[in-house]
Write a protein that binds this ligand. Structure first.
Ligand code: M6R
Length: 596
């Protein structure tokens, strides 16, 4: 969702901000803007609907400036227009502001304080900057006015603010939405994700909710909500600028799918002890062992990983697990067991729905673990324990390597929690890693399915049973989110209970068959849809495959999802390329969903 880059100090301000915004493109956006202010107090505002490339053309790069703020907007309040794009300015032009988040009480604030103010956009954001100007006109200093507005607004925000009358100061604040300060030599930045400015600096300072920051080129002052100065050291962001480059791959998604085998291996190594056994912090294990039930909370792809994780943990560790969508749990809690333990799964660690659920869990003083790809992310900071996915930055909106890394880490956790079982998880996962490589190498077979018409349909179905059904859910999400083919997943056994009515001549039905116990049942279900005109495709484990199927190398039965999903990801990718669509940045979607 919205991305923020602000800069103060020595450097080519528009270049740094535009390059930073380009690196935040993956978050999803529909308009972009930039404000530059010269040392003499001359301000320049540029905004464009559409891509950063359009903004780039509109910006005068020769302007002299020592401070600036840029923004990519993912529309929430008001459509994607130039007027609604950020930065927003107060009517006098004195204050300029960018915002990521949602101000829930903006209409009330507008009615109470701004009935006489001529607002230019439909956004909740313009209310913030207009309010700052309003209180400043009433005699408050900029800092006092900003603080007062922060006290009044409800909802989520990451804000960068510039006062034209003080070109040497950049203000920032956050609540629920992500924002960091990057510390450089002779400059400082504010940024939604360290990835955007990692080429400039690897030193970052966390901002906590409710704090107000005053940032100069050589100084960062943090005040808590009571006005007390807070000392906080910078941490070193563990990111490699080359991870952000897609190299020779035509799309990030292809690169990230290809990295999956290596990510599984990396996780084997990072969780293995010298003796070759998997090991996990003793305190975390003790907390989980004290629990009578685990509650996994997550959204989207991470939720699908949670569903598979439940099966693996229950099978191996014999601990009951419930899986809930964070957005549902946050407002309607199920009846909890006596001693619950919560596991949040989130690639970004910033998903607002999951964060909201974690806030509730923390209010109840209950223990929690976050499984995330981003060290230092909000969910990681606010839960008691963290397990990292070690997947490296995932740029494509469609999550691929994060999902397989989530399953790998959940399998490792289940392995460590299990009293005993008769196989080596490390060995089985290394087989999985090899199997992923083989699936990737066979991708041309899937391309032939695409050419057989999968690129031309409007609807498609994935079916499967047990773990295959859970993978089918992720497979359907992958296909629909990037190819825009309306795809649903069904438990094969449910087809006859209603959904078979949707089958028409030529409807593609893709079956996943990796479970020995139910393979024949799913085959029968396929015959039933075929008899009604469906075009069927099968992705099956080697021992269960028949002629014409896409064959998956045999792996441990509980780990088949980590392999079968790769074929489904590739199918989604190939169908999307064949349809000529933007694989990495599908319409309407954002990578990091930082509003509820
Ligand atoms: O960062 P998170 O894992 O918390 O994100 C949750 C979902 O928004 C995410 O998994 C989404 O469904 C995927 N990008 C879809 O591919």
């Amino acid at each position: 969702m919205c991305g923020i880059v602000g800069f103060i100090g020595e450097g080519n301000v528009p270049r740094v901000i535009l390059d930073g915004l380009a690196k935040l493109e993956y978050r999803g956006y529909d308009s972009a803007g930039l404000y530059l202010l010269s040392q003499q107090g001359q301000g320049y505002l540029f905004k464009e609907k559409g891509r950063i490339a359009d903004l780039e053309k509109a910006v005068n790069h020769t302007l002299d400036s020592g401070i600036g703020i840029g923004h990519t907007r993912w529309a929430t309040h008001g459509s994607a227009t130039r007027e609604n794009a950020h930065p927003h300015q107060s009517n006098s032009g004195r204050y300029t502001l960018v915002h990521n988040g949602v101000i829930e009480n903006y209409l009330d604030l507008k009615t109470t304080y701004l009935s006489q103010v001529d607002l230019k956009s439909e956004t909740d954001t313009e209310i913030i900057v207009a309010l700052i100007a309003h209180f400043s006109e009433q005699g408050l200093s900029t800092k006092e006015a900003f603080k007062k507005v922060l006290d009044l607004i409800e909802g989520s925000y990451a804000i960068g603010l510039i006062d034209q009358e003080d070109p040497e100061l950049l203000y920032a604040a956050k609540k629920k939405s992500p924002l960091l300060v990057g510390v450089g030599e002779g400059f400082n930045v504010i940024v939604s994700d360290a990835m955007a400015t990692i080429e400039l600096t690897s030193k970052y300072i966390e901002i906590h909710d409710g704090e107000l920051l005053m940032i100069r080129s050589d100084q960062v002052t943090i005040e808590d909500s009571t006005g007390k100065t807070v000392q906080r050291s910078a941490y070193i962001a563990d990111l490699d600028a080359s991870d952000l480059d897609k190299g020779t791959y035509p799309h990030y998604m292809l690169k990230e799918m290809d990295e999956q085998a290596a990510v599984v291996r990396k996780n084997i190594l990072s969780y293995q002890s010298q003796a070759g056994e998997f090991e996990i912090e003793a305190e975390l294990l003790a907390k989980i062992h004290q629990a009578d039930r685990l509650y996994i909370l997550a959204c989207g792809t991470s939720y699908h990983a949670g569903l598979v994780g439940k099966v693996i943990i229950e099978e191996l560790a014999k601990i009951p697990v419930e899986v809930h969508l964070s957005s549902e749990f946050a407002y309607h809690q199920p009846l909890l067991s006596q001693h619950p333990f919560f596991i949040f799964i989130s690639q970004s660690g910033e998903t607002a729905d999951s964060r909201q659920a974690l806030v509730k869990v923390n209010e109840l003083n209950l223990p929690s673990l976050t499984i995330t790809n981003v060290k230092g992310s909000t969910l990681s900071r606010e839960s008691d324990f963290t397990l990292l996915l070690n997947a490296g930055p995932e740029i494509a909106v469609a999550s691929t390597k994060a999902y397989t890394a989530q399953l790998t880490v959940l399998a490792i956790l289940a392995d460590v929690l299990a009293e005993n079982h008769d196989f080596s998880m490390a060995h089985e996962l290394s087989m999985v890693s090899q199997a992923i490589e083989r699936v990737f190498a066979q991708k041309e077979e899937l391309n032939s399915w695409v050419q057989m018409g999968l690129n031309e349909v409007s609807h498609a179905f994935y079916v499967g049973r047990y773990l295959d059904y859970l993978v089918a859910m992720e497979a359907a999400l992958k296909l629909k989110e990037i190819s825009y083919i309306h795809t649903e997943a069904f438990a094969s056994g449910e087809l006859k209970h209603g959904t078979i009515a949707l089958i028409e001549e030529g409807t593609p039905v893709i079956a996943l068959i990796t479970d020995e116990v139910t393979a024949l049942n799913t085959r029968s279900n396929l015959e039933e849809v075929k008899a009604r005109g469906a075009k069927t495709f099968v992705i099956a484990s080697d021992s269960l495959a028949k002629e014409g199927d896409f064959t998956l190398p045999q792996v441990h039965p509980l780990l088949t999802p980590i392999v079968s999903v790769v074929a489904c990801q590739l199918l989604a990718y190939l169908a999307t390329v064949a349809r000529g669509l933007d694989v990495d940045k599908p319409r309407n979607l954002a990578k990091s969903v930082t509003v509820e």
